[in-house]
Design a protein around this ligand. Structure first.
Ligand SMILES: Cc1cc2nc3c(=O)[nH]c(=O)nc-3n(C[C@H](O)[C@H](O)[C@H](O)COP(=O)(O)OP(=O)(O)OC[C@H]3O[C@@H](n4cnc5c(N)ncnc54)[C@H](O)[C@@H]3O)c2cc1C
Length: 317
């Protein structure tokens, strides 16, 4: 008996039949990618294949996709910039959805900005700086999208994007839309309950503060310079792996446990910032996750602190 290769074996796990693939291709504006390695779409560059990766440009297209996924009972996963997720090597069953086109629009009305859920956070920060609007300092240099940032309430240890949110426009899997007042959403340190209101963040309205382009640009540059000095930004990573425990820094504890530079295969605890795991090239998700668990155990044994994940680990083994 010939053994199936890993790739063939995974393909046969797809929830999509050939007929469904044809239907899906017909209902979308751009061709879906089938059995697409998610490693190509995450900043840490690991992750097995998604049954289908689709890019959605318009609301009517997204509504058609929702009817299709409901009809065939296919799970949907919303992918932003892939900068806060680690996808296991078995990949993601069902349909992975990226928001593009009308969901990347950004428009200003005085100090109030409406940004699409798929808009790049870098672009939003730059546009606000050009307009002389401050308030996005906590997310300067944070990769990913506006939607992803609102889900995890991205920011520093003390200031977050949630502080600026006036409202969020969401779409439920049943096709209902809702504009949720920012005050109704619970935001905490790397936490929000925004997805209790819907599956897709289509857009968000943020209130910024009038300043001057020169002043905002200067503080953005300063924050980026600080990142360049303190984070391994030139290597593939998923940012900080763990949340900081109360009154502590996860990176400091990992450093004190002498784990800087420690490796599992091609995954390594960064020498620059111990709360980052970097992909030295060709790492698997299994190696990254094994390293995460080694770090967690070592910190617990040494300091009695059980570190909590900041990244989301998803997908199949
Ligand atoms: C080098 C580096 C530095 C980083 N620095 C920081 C930092 O300083 N502060 C910080 O907070 N984080 C930081 N991060 C982590 C990460 O960039 C943020 O968490 C970011 O906000 C994630 O956004 P994303 O679009 O990449 O989301 P993804 O990783 O794609 O997704 C994260 C979660 O959000 C959901 N999601 C994404 N978009 C939508 C949407 N439109 N609708 C519904 N759900 C959605 C996904 O389903 C998933 O559950 C850093 C990461 C890297 C690689």
């Amino acid at each position: 008996m010939t053994q199936m290769s890993e790739g063939e074996n995974r393909k046969s796990n797809s929830l999509l039949t050939e007929e469904m693939k044809m239907q899906l291709t017909k209902l979308l504006l751009t061709k879906p990618l089938f059995d697409e390695p998610i490693a190509f779409h995450t900043t840490i560059k690991v992750g097995g294949p998604a049954d289908a990766l689709v890019t959605i440009h318009r609301l009517d297209e997204l509504l058609r996709l929702l009817s299709f996924s409901r009809e065939h009972r296919l799970p949907l996963f919303v992918l932003g910039g892939g900068s806060n997720i680690i996808v296991r090597d078995g990949g993601i069953r069902g349909i992975v959805v990226r928001l593009n086109g009308e969901f990347t629009k950004v428009s200003f009305n005085g100090a109030v900005v409406r940004a699409g859920g798929g808009a790049s956070l870098y672009r939003l920060v730059n546009m606000a700086a050009d307009m002389g609007l401050s308030g996005l300092e906590p997310v300067v240099g944070v990769p990913g999208t506006v939607g992803g940032a609102i889900v995890s309430n991205a920011g520093t240890a003390v200031e977050f994007i949630g502080d600026r949110v006036l409202s969020v426009h969401l779409l439920g899997e049943d096709g209902t839309q809702i504009e949720v007042d920012g005050k109704a959403i619970l935001f905490g340190y790397r936490y929000s309950n925004v997805l209790d209101f819907g599956k897709f963040i289509l857009a968000a309205t943020l209130e910024l503060k009038p300043s001057s382009p020169g002043r905002v640009r200067k503080s953005v540059e300063k924050l980026l310079e600080h990142r360049r000095r303190t984070q391994p930004i030139n290597m593939p990573s998923a940012g900080c792996i763990f949340k900081n425990p109360p009154n502590e820094h996860a990176g400091k504890l990992i450093d004190m446990a002498k784990l800087k530079g420690f490796r599992c295969g091609r995954a390594q605890v960064s020498e620059v910032h111990a709360n980052f795991i970097i992909n030295l090239g060709g790492a698997t998700a299994r190696e990254v996750i094994e390293l995460i668990e080694i770090v967690r155990k070592a910190v617990y044994e040494r300091f009695g602190v059980m570190l909590e994940y900041e990244v989301q680990i998803i997908g199949e083994e």
